[in-house]
Design a protein around this ligand. Structure first.
Ligand code: APR
Length: 173
């Protein structure tokens, strides 16, 4: 019997006290707008310093992949940066790539002994991924991981910043 929960809440992910919070980054890892901007602003320059070291060492972060940095001044222990797919009609592997964002972030969090992890609605802002499909993929990827992998994660939180995502994700959980 596995004791883990998936919660959907409305809020600002920079305020969430999870072991890891996930950032919807871009391939350069150099920051941006949306949740990326919010996390760097709230977390401070240490996060960007870590991102620069990662890029110097192993190059940009590929879409669907995830990397981990300090959380700086945030209440979390780690920020996991993952790069979601830009929506391009849905026939270019976007669904699989989005699924991988959640899975790879969970694997990385688990590898860093995290018990709780919070996600934004990856790719549903600037990257224009349709919200209903993104929500279905996110929740399926999280459930697949929680139910079928060896892990110590007890709580996954999907933090919806906008009302539309909140409604869609609540109705789907
Ligand atoms: N907390 C939680 N979620 C947030 C926050 C926040 N503080 N701010 C924005 N969001 C939500 C948006 O409402 C959206 O639902 O994050 C979701 C993802 O939107 P974006 O941040 O635009 O991310 P994405 O669509 O994945 O595009 C990534 O945007 O900011 C740039 O550098 C980033 O190039 C990358 C691109």
């Amino acid at each position: 019997m596995r004791n883990h929960t998936l919660q959907i809440i409305k809020g600002d992910i920079t305020k969430i006290k999870a072991d890891a919070i996930v950032n919807a980054a871009n391939n350069s890892l150099m920051g941006g707008g949306g949740v990326d901007g919010a996390i760097h602003r709230a977390g401070g320059p240490e996060i960007l310093e870590d991102c620069k070291k990662i890029v110097a060492h192993r190059g940009e972060c590929r879409t669907g992949e995830a990397v981990v940095t300090t959380a700086g001044n945030l209440p979390a222990k780690y920020v996991i940066h993952t790069v979601g797919p830009v929506w391009n009609g849905g026939e270019k592997g976007e669904p699989e790539l989005l699924y991988n964002c959640y899975r790879n972030s969970l694997m990385l969090a688990n590898g860093h002994q995290c018990k709780t992890i919070a996600f934004p609605n990856i790719s549903t802002g600037v990257y224009r991924f349709p919200k209903p499909l993104a929500a279905e993929i996110a929740q399926r990827s999280v459930r697949d991981f929680l139910e079928n992998s060896e892990h110590q994660i007890s709580e996954v939180i999907i933090v919806c910043f906008d009302d539309e995502n909140y409604k869609i994700n609540r109705e789907m959980v």
